[in-house]
Design a binder for this molecule. Structure first.
Ligand SMILES: Cc1ncc(COP(=O)(O)O)c(C=O)c1O
Length: 371
């Protein structure tokens, strides 16, 4: 048996007729950038996330960058974030000229530990960028409270977390901005790159709309310097179709995660000190990834590869130890939980179409390795 980490072809087979139809519509219209398909997607995502506004952009990375730009963040400013995330989180902060200030993660959720944030606030801090890693929300209440006290913007990196909830609110609607990625492997993935910024603030929404198109308003007149962060109509067309299926796919991911946990328990694994399973602290977790911790990760990866089971490490090097951020002056030991997670985490296949047999085969392979 083979178990890929993700099976996008299986997903595509189930919606091929719908996708073919809307792609043809875009080609017939010859309207390729922004336009009605993008507006339709923006409206639908705003509703889905419980937000007043949504602005389609070219990627999740650009969503983060444009939100920072809309806040006027730049040289001399500091933005507090997690060192245990995809590179784009801190990369976008640095691209504005600002400094990323890291706080360590909670070892259970892998998300920014809110208790550590207050000590990092200085007179230069302009924003907090919490990352809802793997599809589970950051503990947002203490972060919003701190942001209010110090008048900081909160830019949620929700790139892995579309449909994730925190105390019954969708992420992206809690902070001042929510940034989403439509990279093909996300729960809502396009046919290429794409992203979205959500906000409840009308002024911020207007600024985002302008910045994504070179700050051009009206045509060929520029009040501010933006960029080309526009979303393509083809991506929006595909995403409009897929969004209609997202709740079903999310339910399937969540039930696959629950099944793994059940099967691992039956195999006696969580009792072993060698392995721990993902904990759902804040419902709802949308399981963009199902990530276990294991003390012998490299050996387990080799074992799973031998059994043709896909797995991946998100992420092997925490950001404070990346070569390009050496100038920040961090060293090993600065963020011990992030460093430990980088050594121990492993994502297993949890995509919606994963079959019962594939899940059982995966759990057996992991169990055989640990007992
Ligand atoms: C946490 C996080 N932030 C930012 C990004 C960047 O998104 P994109 O790849 O669409 O630029 C991603 C996606 O890879 C991500 O997982």
């Amino acid at each position: 048996m083979k178990v890929p980490l993700l099976d996008l072809q299986a997903q595509h087979r189930s919606i091929k007729a719908e996708i073919d139809k809307v792609i043809a519509e875009v080609f017939d219209s010859q309207y390729f950038i922004l336009g009605p398909k993008v507006v339709e997607l923006e409206k639908a995502i705003a509703v889905y996330c419980g937000c007043a506004h949504a602005c389609g952009v070219s990627s999740g990375t650009d969503a983060l960058l444009i939100a920072l730009m809309a806040e006027g963040i730049g040289a001399g400013d500091e933005v507090i974030t997690s060192p245990y995330t995809f590179f784009a989180t801190a990369g976008s902060i640095v691209r504005t000229g600002a400094k990323p200030v890291f706080v360590d993660i909670d070892p259970v959720t892998f998300n920014m530990n809110p208790a550590l944030v207050a000590a990092k606030v200085t007179s230069r801090t302009k924003a907090i960028m919490p990352v809802h890693l793997y599809g589970q929300s950051v503990d947002m209440d203490p972060i919003m409270e701190l942001a209010k006290k110090h008048r900081l913007a909160v830019i949620e990196d929700a790139c892995q977390a579309i449909g994730t909830e925190y105390k019954s609110r969708r992420v992206g609607s809690i902070g001042h901005y929510g940034c989403f990625s439509f990279f093909p492997s996300k729960n809502l993935g396009g046919a290429g790159d794409g992203g979205m910024v959500t906000t409840n603030d009308t002024h911020r929404a207007a600024k985002l709309n302008s910045l994504r198109n070179h700050g051009m308003e009206p045509k060929y007149h520029h009040k501010m310097i933006g960029g080309n962060f526009r979303l393509d109509a083809l991506q929006a067309a595909v995403l409009n179709v897929k969004l209609k299926h997202l709740e079903l796919w999310t339910a399937a991911r969540r039930s696959n995660a629950a099944r793994y946990t059940r099967l691992f328990e039956q195999a006696g694994l969580p009792k072993s000190e060698m392995i721990s399973l993902p904990a759902v602290i804040h419902e709802r977790h949308i399981f963009n990834q199902y990530v276990i911790r294991t003390k012998s990760r490299d050996e387990l990866i080799a074992h799973l590869r031998k059994h043709e089971i896909g797995c991946e490490v998100y992420y092997p090097v925490p950001l404070h130890l990346q070569e390009c951020f050496a100038y920040l002056g961090h060293k090993s030991g600065d963020f011990p939980e992030s460093e430990r997670a980088a050594l121990e985490t492993l994502a297993l296949p949890v995509y919606p179409e994963l079959s019962d047999e594939q899940a059982q085969y995966t759990v057996k392979a992991v169990a055989d390795f640990h007992v």
